[in-house]
Design a protein around this ligand. Structure first.
Ligand code: IMP
Ligand code: MG
Length: 189
């Protein structure tokens, strides 16, 4: 039985590995506009450096940046914590480091999703050591109840149930990142 009456045109045929929609596109976009307005207020008079965590955050970063009315700058880093499986390994590795110097900068880390919080706690320690003027985190999704320590998130888009989800930058083996919403993933890891 197909529980998803709304298969978006961009995905073609219904995909049996995709479950119900957790956050639809219009709800996502409205929340991102709110987050952008909040960041614009909080950083008034400053030029924050947005640090996107690749690859998952690239779509969120792009929409969020356009909702911020400030002279923002961009940098990206890539960390690997998952491989292509759907369970965290607990091991975080920097695959691509930043290009810019963080000293004296107002750094805002843009993350797609916080699951165990291991990736973020590693990133926070690593970036803090580079001497930024401030360091805050904006995470689009936070899974309820899975973090071992308080992830200290200044901005959160949506708390979501602790299921594996795909879409809007989130993948399984590099697929599904281009879905404009997020939905449960039912298929093999
Ligand atoms: P954490 O270290 O357990 O918090 O995992 C964080 C990273 O794992 C995220 O930045 C994602 O790249 C990935 N991840 C965690 N949960 C999901 C999910 O439900 N779908 C896709 N990727 C996920
Ligand atoms: Mg990520």
């Amino acid at each position: 039985m197909n529980l998803r009456p709304t298969v978006p045109d961009c995905m073609g045929e219904a995909d049996p590995n995709l479950g119900d929609i957790v956050v639809p596109e219009d709800v996502l976009q409205r929340r991102i506009v709110e987050l952008g307005a909040e960041i614009t207020r909080d950083y008034e008079g400053r030029a924050p450096l947005l640090v996107g965590v690749l690859k998952g955050a690239f779509i969120f970063m792009s929409d969020l940046a356009r909702a911020i009315r400030l002279p923002v700058e961009f940098d990206f880093m890539a960390v690997s914590s998952y491989g292509s499986a759907t369970k965290t390994s607990g091991v975080v590795r920097i695959v691509k480091d930043l290009d810019l110097d963080l000293s004296g900068r107002d750094v805002l880390v843009v993350e797609d999703i916080v699951d165990s919080g291991l990736t973020l706690s590693y990133l926070r320690r690593n970036l803090q050591a580079r001497g930024p003027a401030s360091l805050e985190v904006c995470a689009l999704f936070v899974k309820d109840g899975l973090q071992k320590s308080d992830p200290d998130l200044r901005y959160v888009g949506f708390p979501i149930p602790p299921d594996f989800v795909v879409g809007y930058g989130l993948d399984v083996a590099e697929r599904y990142r281009n879905l404009p919403f997020i939905c449960r993933y039912l298929g093999p890891a």
